[in-house]
Every structure is written in structure tokens, then in C-alpha cells.
Design a protein around this ligand. Sequence first.
Ligand code: FAD
Length: 445
Amino acid sequence: MNNLTQTHENNILELAIIGGGISGLSAALKAKKESVNFALFESESCLGGCMQTTLLDDEFVAELGPNSFSWGEAWQEILNTLELKPLLQNPEAKQKLIYANGALYPASNPLTLFFSDFISLKTKWAICSEIFKTRPDNSPSEESIKDFFTRRFNAEFVSKLIVPLISGIYAGNISKLSMRAVFPLLAELEQKHKSLILGFLINSFKSKTKKLKRTINSFDGGFKDLILAFKTYLGEENLYLNHKLNSLKQNNNIWELHFESGKIIKAKNIVLSIPAYQAAKILPEYLADLNQIEYAPIITITVWLKESSLSEKDKQIYFKSFGFLKAENENINLLGLIFNSALFPNRSPADYVSGTAFLGGNFINESQIEIENIVKKDLLKIFSSLNENSIEIKFIKSWIRGIPQYNLGHSALITKVKNQLPDSIKLVGNYLTGISLEETIKSTF
Ligand SMILES: Cc1cc2nc3c(=O)[nH]c(=O)nc-3n(C[C@H](O)[C@H](O)[C@H](O)COP(=O)(O)OP(=O)(O)OC[C@H]3O[C@@H](n4cnc5c(N)ncnc54)[C@H](O)[C@@H]3O)c2cc1C
């Protein structure tokens, strides 16, 4: 897979795809289905990008990047083509938890949460009266997530519900993230119905019959199964690893791809499925503005907890839940924890349960030992039945430029960049249509 075959080195490719993450692989799948003469070039020695599965003790699946995906039409087409069966999450473990007021609250049912002591009476009133709050005529079209939800509800609503949601997806700053770019449908809902709650009620009534069931999935062997299936379908002869693209130059409507190794390949069309800051470096005359897109750092930590140390109450919480996210101003550092062995089989040995913990960017320069201590200290606070010897830290992965931030002005920036691009260059990836795997796949449509 590492050497360019004669075919691709001497001929002009119809399509060159740069980057072998989910967006590049999906673009390649589309090209293959349409019988386009393509080749995919990846800078690293393996495919997958953010999708990185490792096997602990040569057996147990641990994901260092995405842990699961939400089922949608985009996946349906890909998995049907690859003839790969997804692994549905254990339906018992569906409760989503929020860590607030120093405790774990079940948050899947909004009514249960509303009638608990999770939020103050003042915030309950802010929720009930949201329906009467009209959108002021002078409210800006571009607004931060924090400003939007504080305006519609209040500050406590934001720190208890919006902060956990955002840290779980973007690991970002809600004062900088753009409402229009991150939650376009909610922003529209306010425009259309003047109230989010009214809009929700009308929409859920209207769409009752045609709603696609959103389930959480992985694969038996984790995301490595997906990458293997892509490799088999796409054909190894079309996939080039260890090929870092340095620059693109146009000559008589043909693109010259200049690789770090000194090699030059020619192609008529290019799909750039690489992070925004890499695309900006490769084609600065068109894409320099993409340098403005920030990437938030995030650390994932795989932990194993001795099951026999957990109390019956903590076991009940663990095995019935997807995981938890932390509200603002709590006295723990973790952003959240996914309960892997509650969701999928083969994630830990018998007598252990596994979890993926998340820490934000402020810990990115800490040593491994310090990170281990922080995680252990927090887990002892959350599951009081654990003791230090019952927690094993198995893997720590630091993503220095982890998650693209859809900050204020993001949508306008993307529109401007796309408008000035020649038709022969297509941008795909997680900084365009949404950061989840599913939204990233959609950027290739
Ligand atoms: C820690 C973490 C947890 C996540 N959890 C989830 C989750 O549970 N569910 C979910 O749906 N989403 C999750 N996401 C988001 C999702 O995984 C990503 O948004 C998605 O995988 C990004 O895919 P991509 O193709 O856009 O980019 P990438 O995966 O970054 O792929 C880009 C590829 O381009 C290559 N490349 C870069 N520069 C060059 C160059 N010059 N030449 C050649 N190749 C180059 C890179 O090596 C890389 O392989 C998570 C992300 C992270 C970081």
C-alpha cells in the first residue's frame, strides 16, 4: 500500500482524495461506487484519522477517539455498501447522566429532571415562561450559545444543561461558539415559532410518524472493523499511506500534488478531507482563511474499574447508563465519562468495567502521572464505593488539536471560502457541517 503503482504515478488521476479519516474514506467510497478513477493519500501509517481503536491485553476494545456513532441515513448507505453490521448499544444502558450539585442526576427524561432538585425554582419558572418570551427585534443574527440560552432561559439553565452538552461534544467555550453554526435548527426554531419550547412541541407533534430511530452503535471490534471494511472495499491499490501532501499547484487546469517525499502526482479534481489548518497550509491562495478555525484540545483516558469494588447502588448506576457529563462549577475536573462495558461487550475482562474519561484543554500540558491522579481523584468522588486500588488507568491519549470550534462568524467564513474555490477542489471534513461522525460523512454528499 505504500508504493505508488505505475498506474497512478504516470497517469492523471480523475480524483485525488487527501486524508484518510471518515470524511476521506466516505468520499472514496462514493468515488468507487461511481467508478471514478481515484486514489486516496494519507500522511500517517494507518487510516482512520480520529478513529483509533486499540486492543488492551490483545483482546479488549478501547477507543482513543470516537467511542460510538448515532445511527442515521448517512451510515445506512455506507454500511450497506461495505456489508458491515453495526453493533447496537445495550438498550438497558440508555440513561444519560449529568453530574451537578455533587451528584449524578438521570437526565434522559426532561420531566424527571425538571421535578428533581437538579435546578432551582427560579430556573423552573424560566423554563415554563420561555414560551411567552418573544425574540427582540434587535437581537443579533450571530449570537454565542451562552448569550442565546441565557436570553431564552437563564444563567443556571446554561451552566447545568448547556455547558455539559457542549463540553461533551465540542470541549469548547460557549461564549465563543456560534448558535447559528452549532445549533442551526434551534436558532431557526426561535425565528419561526418565537419560542423554543413551543417550536419543540409543534415539531414533535408534526413529525411523530416519520421520525428515524436514533440509536447508538459501534462495531464488534470497535472502529478498526470499519476501517478494515473500507480498505477491503476501496482496494489497497488505491490507498497510499505515509503520503503527506505539502502543496497543490495548478497547471493548465491540472492539479500537481507535491508530497513531502518530493513525489509529484497529477489529478483533475481534488477532495481535501484534512483538518482546516492543514488545508490552509496546502492551498493558501484560496484557503488561508481556514487558519481562523480554532481546534480545542481534549484528552481521553481509558480506565478499568474493579466491578467487585462497586457497591450495588453504583453498579446499578453504571450498568443502566451511557455515561455522564459535568455541569459548570462542580468540584471535579473530568468533563465526562462514557460507561463502555455497559454499552458494548468485549470492552473489559470479567470483574472489571471500563470507561472513557475526558479532560479538557487546560490539562494538555500535564504529565501522565498528574493526569492519572486527577482522574483517580475524581472517580473516587463520583463512585464513593471505589478505592484507589480498584482503579486502573489503561491508556491516555492527548488530542492537541482535537475538535474544530464553530465560533462566532464560522458560517460566514465557510461560505466565503467555498465561494472562492475552483470547482475542481472540494472540501469535506468535520469543520463544515457538524463534528459528529455522521455529520462529517454528510459533508461528502
Ligand atoms: C477524542 C474524540 C472523541 C470523539 N468522539 C466522537 C463520538 O463518540 N462520536 C462521534 O460521532 N464523533 C466523535 N468525535 C468526532 C469525530 O471522530 C471526528 O469529527 C471525525 O472522525 C473527523 O473526521 P475527518 O475525516 O473530518 O478528520 P480526521 O479524522 O482528522 O482525518 C483527517 C486525516 O487527514 C490526514 N492528513 C492531515 N494532513 C494531511 C496531509 N497534509 N496529507 C495527507 N493526509 C493528511 C490525517 O492524518 C487524518 O488521517 C470525536 C472526536 C475526538 C477527537
